[in-house]
Structure formats: C-alpha cells, structure tokens
Design a protein around this ligand. Structure first.
Ligand SMILES: NC(=O)N[C@@H](CC(=O)O)C(=O)O
Ligand SMILES: [Zn+2]
Ligand SMILES: [Zn+2]
Length: 429
C-alpha cells in the first residue's frame, strides 16, 4: 500500500513551516520532498491525500490511558478507546492494567493485544501490574509478562504502599531492562478524600488530598530507583514538591522521568464550579502554585512528556456526586486543541516544544521507534487544522466517556486526519 500526502505543512528544525509532499510505502515514510520541488510520479493505485496546507506531525504518543477492557466495557472498549485516540491525533497509546481481571498475567496481556489488533486502529502497548490484582501483596511474573508483550510495570489507580514491595519490583524490573511506572499516593494521608486539600475542600467541608501524599511516594521511589538502577517513571505529576524531588534526582543522574496531564497544566482547584464530579480526578486539581510549577517543569524538561490519563466513566457513575463518583476524566479528543490554544496560540510555547512533548519525547523515554517525522520512520502521522475553531461538545466524542470539565471551551488546532502504519484510521467528516 502506497500513500502520497501532498502540500502538508511540516515543522522544520528552525521552527519554520514549509509545504512538503510525503510518500509512504509499506507503512514507512519513504521520502519527504519540498512540495514545489517534488517530482514524484505515483502509480494509479497509490492513495493521494491533498493536505491543503494543514500541519503534519508525527502521530501523538500517549503513555498513560485507560481502555477499560476487559471488565468495564460499559465505560470503554479497546475499540472505542482506540477510535477516540485516533480522533485526538494519537497513533500510539499505552494502556493501564486496572481492568477486571487486572492485566497481571500473560493471558490478559495477550487478550489486550489481540483486541487491539482486531480494532486495527492505533498501536496499543499494554502495561502489566506490579502486584497481583494491584493489591500490593505479591509481585506478578515480570519475565512472563514481558515475554507476552507488556512494556512496563505499574499498579496505576493505586500506589504501591510497601517500600519493600516497590524495592523488590524495581530490582526485578531493572534485571530485565523494564521500567517501573508509578501512581504515587500514600493511602494513610488520603483516607477517602475526593478533592485537593485546599480552598475547594474547605469551602465545601470535604476531606482533602494533601500534596505530601503524592510527593512522599515520589521521594521514596527516587531513593529506591537510585538503589536499584531501574528506569523509574512518575505518573501524572501534580505537585510542586514532587517536581522539586524529580528535578534534584535528575541533576544527580538518577534514571527518573515524569509525565503531566493537560488538566494539571490548565486547571486549578479554584476553577471547580461546584460539586460536579466531572472535575474529580486523581491526582486532584491542585493549587495555582502547583499548576505554575507543573508548567515550569514542562518548560525546563523536568517533566518529560504530556499524557492524557484518559479515564472514561459512565454518566451514571459520575452522577453519584463529588464524594462518591469514581476519579477520572476523558482526555484523547481535547488534549492537543487544549494545549495548542492555551500554550502555543498564546505565544507561551513554540509549536515544536508542544509537539516534542507529545511525540519524540515519549518515544525517547520509552524507547519507541515512532514519534519522528523523517525518512525511514513508521508512517504514523497526524494532520492538524490549526485554524479550525470550535467548542468542546462531549456529544460528538468517539469515546464512550462524556466526563470532561472542558465542555464548551472554544479551542483551535483540531486533528483532522490520523494515519497509522500508512493507513488512514481517522478522517474528519
Ligand atoms: N486518574 C484517575 O482519576 N483515574 C484513573 C486511575 C488513575 O490514573 O490513577 C482511573 O482508572 O479511572
Ligand atoms: Zn494514577
Ligand atoms: Zn491513570
């Protein structure tokens, strides 16, 4: 299968945008030529897309998502999740193991990979659990899980409470060259709190989740990563204290990397309009100070990558209210327009800075071949209309989830076509 994308605006290393023709053969980028110099003749059966001056980038990579299958298909399936990812411009997604059953055995890893293959949309990379059933009691069989296709170990959804368990996990992961990805949360400091310990909690008489519940795990795990030599990756960083610890650890050469979600860069607890569970996620929306620290950390590279933590839940579940509803919001279909509109269109970040954090940086951190728009790279590509502007309407989402705090936000920079291995998997209708 051959594909020719004509007149696509490509970001050059000097930040300039230039029209290019990109020729794809056999799932790989075969040539990139300036549009006005292109001489390529294509055969009749080559598919031709005229990008009409839209931006082309390497497809986005999201290293933290929840696809809910097996077990919670009413929230999402691998197919609906992958469709939503494609619509958001993502071509590779890494899914978390907090399903039912938990992805803690080779059969479930293979089931996820089979379902993803059946869906035939985006690349789906499964994480496996650190502990059986994510209960924190007994390590899973790391070697067998790696063999089955897991790309790293995490108990996302909960923190690994025992330091000894985490140390054993890291030592074992290090031996087989695999990363440990951590949801950082000390349960003894949280006790059923639904929101951040701060202004909103005080105003509404709710228990609060303090910053230390996250940062204590970050600090502990950095020491354990130093002791074991593992690649340690911190999930959804939300506090200035965690960032301080990660920055120091990087300075002294400990193998730590970190991610942040768009909502922790764009919203603080002050923005929560009321007792609406579409604003409830874990970690919670923090103070403005924390938001500023997260933005600074993305800018200076302390935080390596941006992930969505796409966490769909049903409307019935979210209707239970702030105290009882599950944590989590959807993320695929709003991530790029949100970040483009709020950071790039406003002149705070360059376009290439944002795109790197969503493509080449995740590829570097997790050793993936994709994430680059260059000859020889996989033809995982996204076309984006930087001018198109419309408001966020959950009724139009491809995900089953409607749980977003961004309803009604007017955004620009919408993905219009997504290509995976040289095949169009999403095209705006
Ligand atoms: N982030 C969330 O608020 N929820 C996630 C769990 C998690 O990422 O910790 C979920 O599985 O719903
Ligand atoms: Zn988590
Ligand atoms: Zn998560």
């Amino acid at each position: 299968m051959q594909l020719l994308i004509k007149n696509a605006k490509m970001l050059k290393s000097d930040g300039e945008l230039q029209l290019h023709d990109i020729f794809i053969d056999n799932g790989l980028i075969e040539s990139i030529e300036k549009a006005d110099e292109s001489t390529r003749q294509v055969s009749e059966d080559t598919q031709v897309i005229d990008a009409g001056g839209k931006l082309i980038t390497a497809g986005f990579i999201d290293m933290h998502v929840h696809l809910r299958e097996p077990g919670f298909e009413h929230k999402e399936t691998i197919e609906t999740g992958a469709r939503s990812a494609a619509k958001g411009g993502f071509t590779t997604i890494a899914c978390m193991p907090n399903t039912r059953p938990v992805i803690d055995n080779p059969d479930t890893v293979r089931l996820v990979l089979d379902k993803a293959k059946e869906a035939n949309l985006v690349h789906v990379l499964p994480y496996a659990a650190i502990t059986k059933n994510e209960l924190g009691r007994e390590l899973t069989d790391f070697e067998a899980l790696k063999e089955a296709g897991a790309i790293g170990f995490t108990d996302d959804g909960v923190g690994v409470q025992s330091a000894q368990m985490m140390k054993d996990a890291m030592a074992r992961a290090a031996r087989i060259g695999m990363p440990v990805i951590a949801h950082c949360e000390d349960n003894t400091l949280v006790e059923g709190a639904p929101v951040n310990e701060g202004t909103f909690a005080r105003k509404h008489g709710l228990k609060g989740i303090p910053n230390e519940s996250e940062a204590i795990h970050v600090g502990r795990d950095i020491l354990l990563a130093e002791a074991t030599g593992v690649h340690y990756h911190v999930c959804h960083v939300s506090t200035e204290q965690s960032i301080r610890l990660i920055r120091q650890a990087k300075e002294i050469g400990i193998k730590v990397t970190a991610e942040v979600c768009p909502h922790h860069l764009l919203l603080s607890e002050e923005d929560i309009p009321g007792m609406d569970a579409n604003w409830k996620m874990n970690p919670p929306l923090r103070s403005k100070r924390d938001v500023e620290a997260c933005i600074q950390a993305v800018e200076d590279g302390t935080i390596d990558i941006i992930v969505t933590d796409h966490a769909p839940h049903s409307e019935e579940e979210k209707a239970k209210g702030m105290q009882l509803a599950p944590f989590g919001i959807v993320g695929f279909e709003t991530a790029f327009p949100l970040l483009y509109t709020k950071f790039v269109a406003t002149g705070k970040w360059t376009l290439s800075h944002l795109i790197q954090r969503m493509t080449s940086d995740p590829a570097r951190v997790f050793g993936l071949k994709s994430g680059r728009l260059e000859v020889g790279a996989p033809a995982d590509l996204t076309l984006i209309d930087l001018e198109e502007e419309h408001s966020v309407d959950p009724a139009t989402f491809a995900t089953k989830g409607r749980n977003t705090p961004f309803t009604g936000w007017v955004l620009q920079g919408w993905p219009v076509t997504t290509i995976v291995s040289g095949k169009v998997v999403y095209c705006e209708s």
